[in-house]
Write a protein that binds this ligand. Structure first.
Ligand SMILES: Cc1cc2nc3c(=O)[nH]c(=O)nc-3n(C[C@H](O)[C@H](O)[C@H](O)COP(=O)(O)O)c2cc1C
Length: 147
């Protein structure tokens, strides 16, 4: 069973709800889950995982500032290369379609050489009820990911 790290940032609690559903799915699937806000996380949280998830809203049309700062800190870390090949996926929600933010995270993942562990979840805040079940199912799948 996998150890899953979730790094997220939520201004108004929408991303937090998605992360709670994801964490529930990880536990249901028998995985180990650790969640941290991007403002408190470090590259060590990713290094300690088998697979990790980044979750954010999209203020001003991109991932939130603390999430971007976290990713920049990972990039400048001397341990960055140890993360190459670590599978990841993402959850992004916005008041409008967050597909560009999802594509942005996939582009950054290409720079870091993080393969996509599973398709990311993109949702609008108004459609969150359906996405909560998707997040839970994603958690179950990640928990069962083969190492
Ligand atoms: C300062 C600010 C700017 C925002 N700008 C956008 C935007 O450009 N596009 C968008 O889709 N959502 C935008 N939003 C809405 C958030 O993406 C949306 O409310 C999301 O559900 C927030 O998730 P959170 O509560 O987990 O942070 C903005 C929110 C804030 C606070």
């Amino acid at each position: 069973m996998s150890k899953v790290s979730v790094v997220s940032f939520s201004y108004r609690g929408v991303t937090d709800k998605l992360v709670q559903a994801l964490a529930q799915g990880i536990s249901e699937g028998g995985g180990e889950v650790s969640c941290k806000p991007a403002s408190e996380a470090s590259i060590d949280d990713l290094l300690a995982s088998d697979v990790f998830v980044l979750a954010s809203g999209q203020p001003f049309g991109v991932i939130s500032g603390p999430m971007k700062t976290f990713l920049e800190s990972c990039w400048i870390s001397p341990e960055r290369e140890q993360l190459q090949g670590k599978p990841f996926t993402y959850i992004v929600n916005g008041s409008s379609d967050p597909k560009d933010s999802g594509a942005y995270l996939e582009k950054l993942a290409g720079y870091f050489r993080w393969p996509l562990a599973a398709e990311g979840i993109l949702t609008t805040a108004s459609a969150i009820d359906g996405a909560l079940d998707q997040a839970r199912q994603l958690g179950v799948a990640l928990a069962k990911l083969q190492k």
